[in-house]
Design a protein around this ligand. Sequence first.
Ligand code: CP
Ligand code: NVA
Length: 302
Amino acid sequence: MKNLLSIEELTGDHMKQLLALGHRLKAERGRHTVQPLAGQTWALIFSKSSTRTRVSFEVGVSELGGRPMFLSTRDTQLGRGEPVRDTARVLGRMVHGAIIRTYEQSNVQEFAKFSGIPTINALTDQEHPCQILADLLTLEELYGVGAWKNMKIAFLGDTDNNMGRSWMWAAKRLGFTLALGGPQQALPSAELLARLDYPDIICTTDPVEAVSGATVVNTDTWISMGQEAEKGTKEKAFFPYQVNRELLEHAAAGHSVFHCLPAYRGYEITDEVLEKHANAIFTEAENRLHAQKAVLYTLAQS
Ligand code: CP
Ligand code: NVA
């Protein structure tokens, strides 16, 4: 594995290997003897806000012996229009790896190609691969390794956003059933479904159908970064898909609620549900560190 640019490009076996390593690194935290990033500098190039991703990568790179260098796009020449490919060719001669949060998926692809250094997608409009790995790690901690196999997992709300798409590709790669519940305009396009070519993705505008029998119920903000202008027009259509106590009555016994955070209480999730499921939700956040250390570790070895 040279880069982590998307779950679409990852194999199921790679995902399983990363999860197994993530569990191990979590168990061994503070007792690592191997420092695969010793002597290396990894750049974090961020065009969007972040709490979890930035902190977990800065801590993760440090714990593996490397030095993280945070670069906000605003403070680099990228913010003044220097092309991604030129920036990539410069950084590729100076740093050992790059972790990029941006808008276009093509930017991370281009960076990886022109820099020649390991590149990690830390969220694009298209996908959020690091988050889904942390979510699957959490699911395995709660229900057992590989437990996703026999489970229905639901994703409610803006199902065609970066998190929804990451879940779709994970379902295909690992072979689980994913139910997407949202208004018609927030369900995946026919083109994406054709590309996925996977029968166990259920798309429905009925929130009860999506959640019925689900063991893990996911949601995410209805307004992703970069879509702020759509707030007024979008919200009304999404309220039937709010994850609340009444809707969860249809989920499987022993279900969990997942949210990648940040959460907007009273919109995609109620305060009551978030607090009831806070242990799973904040474990997802913590597991960003362990899952990403597994990614860094793997990329450093290849
Ligand atoms: N979930 C997530 O990526 O959080 P941040 O935007 O805070 O990094
Ligand atoms: N879909 C959200 C995820 C935030 C971590 C966004 O892109 O803003």
